[in-house]
Design a protein around this ligand. Sequence first.
Ligand code: HEM
Length: 447
Amino acid sequence: MNMLLNPLNRRDRLWHDIPVVPGAFPLVGHLPAVVYNLPRLLRRAERTLGSHFWLDFGPAGHMVTCLDSEAIALLRHKDVSSALIEDIAPELFGGTLVTQDGGAHRQARGAIQAAFLPAGLTHSGIGELFAPVIRAWVQRWRDRGDVNILRETGDLTLKLIFSLMGIPTHDLPQWHRKYRQLLQLIVAPPLDLPGLPLRRGRAARDWIDARLREFVRDAREHAARTGLINDLVSAFDRIDGALSDEILVANIRLLLLGGHETTASTMAWIVIELARQPGLWDALVEEAQRVGAVPTRHSDLAQCPVAEALFRETLRLHPATPLLVRRALCELRLGQRRIPGGTDLCIPLLHFSTSALLHEAPAQFRLARWLERTEPIRPVDMLQFGTGPHVCMGYHLAWLELVQFCIALALTMHESGARPRLLSNAEKGRRYYPTAHPSMNIRIGFS
Ligand code: HEM
């Protein structure tokens, strides 16, 4: 495949002693190559320029990208900031904890975190809430015989997240529409005119925020009730010098954004891998029959090692967040290099999770690497969720949700002797940025 680089820009250049990858286009830089074939772009840059180079992210600017494993430590470095995320996407992430550093970040995260740990999820009954929704959804797939997989997992994970927030079923279509409009803020050009994505995205965000403010008010009026929003609101209200409701609302909105496309993409890849590797499907069906029902609590997950290995190995090979961005607050050393203060940094999770630096035979899909291990999961084993203070808060939720999904799928299909079959080319049309996902057009049959 063509690399989608600018053939008129072939000049080798150094900037602060670090090579700049040739081939950037005006305005969009290397974004076409990043979106359509990030792994190939990284491999080619490494081969021709070494492990450190500048990539041009168009409107988001130039970033030093480092392929040595010391780049992972940047995610824990006290002089490395997440504020860049707010500069890149102020409309979506402004005021949320993903853009904050130090004490402010600890305070906001501290309030939300407990609700997302296994005990918090069990307390709000999330597993019991999700199991029947997932079961009913995959039964529809079986009845229909074939589906467009990413569209389906996108709708299912959105329904799950909305139900987690306690949104009544009859309001779901409207939330669905507003959420899709909100996503337009990711690509909106900075033109605030009627009918354009920025105006529509902002209106959708205001609509969502107004509803979330009502949820918060309602949660305060019924403080004794259980449920995720109630737990979050009471945790926020217990903070010394309580944070404003605007911050609380922005962070609840962040949960929608953080938990939707990432989980939908991983779920779609799980189905694709099951469809193209019959042995995996057989192993999963055997486990699902032994377990007999969709698990609802974290304590049940130990009975589903195949489903868990499937979740981990799928994410390793198809990480939904392929790169993270940060800003150096002062001069840093990165290997032998000196990175000036103020430099923007790209940490390519995709490269590490598919690299021989961390995994044996990294290109192979091997459940055995998880099933046969005896040591506990280390931070580098779950790098697809980030690491350090900003490590994904939804990790336990995604783990539960995706294992539930695997078991529900295997039980439902096996009941009628069906199995997943790939009806399209799984590699064609995949995307790598801003989140990575398979093509929107991939169809899976169940027969
Ligand atoms: C397979 C599913 C998921 C993947 C691959 C994933 C990946 C990530 C990654 C890489 C980060 C780190 C961002 C950074 O350091 O800049 C992150 C942060 C975050 N994720 Fe997830 N995520 C997933 C599911 C979820 C779910 C289900 C939720 C909640 C409903 C969630 C909520 C968050 C939040 C709130 C943060 C920000 C944490 C902070 O800044 O302290 N994620 N996620």
